[in-house]
Design a protein around this ligand. Structure first.
Ligand code: NAD
Length: 264
């Protein structure tokens, strides 16, 4: 295969959830620059629209739809938009998610239901909606985002880790079920990456500079490569995992984390 055939996405259609910000926005932009038509879903409808406009301004194709991934009807509508707008669905990137830090002892039923709904149920709905199009099409690539937390049972990450361990396990099972239909399923496990997700930000995106420095110093220390990657590093792995270059790759977990290989 030529390089452009391996990594090019011309004539392909991608849905990216969480595309208003961070890793999802970087992914939507990179897939579009590789040639894909992109449908961006996010609960932050204005942010999703901004990402779509940025892509369109570069001469690529993208549309946005406000989507709450905890609602099956919203996710079905998002995938439906890909088919009505561009005629097919080749790539489903389930990126939307939220962080959560709390000792196991303090987790309330409300916390549990909220995190499970956003981080696990939303990904399940995304996979199911994609399969409805990809199975008859006999092709497709699904990419689900977990986290380095799946390897690191460190304090306060019990609930977040449960959701991401669930995403990882479900994805591996789905890879076994969907493979015979020509559909690949893989997992990205990002290390700590500065986005709106990072814990040094307050709600609304305001940054506490002291906390930011402390968090970044500790991120650097636990990273053998000793620098902090960015959302583009995560998007680059996603591009590989949804492109023809990875056609024989399925059911695997890809850790993009500067070389971190042991629990924090
Ligand atoms: N940034 C990190 O350090 C890091 C590390 C490991 C894993 N992750 C995972 O990467 C993914 C992307 O996170 P990010 O770092 O880009 O964070 P981010 O906060 O910048 O982006 C997350 C996006 O998800 C959207 N979202 C939240 N709830 C939603 C819902 N119910 N429906 C639709 N959209 C919703 C948000 O509006 C936001 O645009 C998440 O799944 C996160 O768990 C991030």
């Amino acid at each position: 295969m030529e390089l452009t055939d391996m990594f090019g996405l011309n004539d392909q259609v991608a849905v990216v959830t969480g595309g208003a910000s961070g890793i999802g926005a970087a992914t939507a932009e990179l897939l579009a620059s590789a040639g894909a038509s992109v449908v961006i879903g996010d609960i932050d409808g204005d942010g999703a629209q901004r990402t779509a406009e940025k892509i369109a301004a570069e001469g690529r194709r993208a549309v946005a739809l406000r989507t709450d991934t905890t609602k099956r009807a919203d996710v079905d509508a998002l995938v439906g938009r890909a088919v009505s707008e561009y005629g097919r669905l080749d790539i489903m990137a389930n990126v939307a998610g939220v962080g959560h830090a709390q000792p196991v002892r303090d987790i309330t039923e409300e916390d549990f239901d909220r995190l499970m709904a956003i981080n696990l149920k939303g990904v399940l709905f995304g996979c199911q909606a994609a399969l409805e199009v990809m199975i008859p099409q006999k092709s497709g690539s699904i990419l689900n985002v977990a986290s380095t937390v799946i390897d690191s049972p460190y304090p306060n990450q019990g609930l977040y880790g449960m959701t991401k361990a669930g995403v990882t396990f479900m994805s591996q099972v789905l890879a076994a079920e969907a493979g015979p239909h020509g559909i690949r399923v893989n997992v990205l496990a990002p290390g700590a990456t500065p986005t709106n997700f990072a814990s040094f930000r307050y709600p609304g995106g305001k940054i506490d500079p002291e906390r930011e420095k402390a968090v970044q110093d500790s991120m650097r220390q636990m990273t053998p490569l000793q620098f902090i990657g960015d959302a583009g590093d995560q998007a680059a792995m996603i591009l590989f995992l949804v492109s023809p270059a990875s056609r024989w790759v399925s059911g695997n977990i890809f850790r993009v984390n500067g070389g971190q290989s042991r629990p924090w």
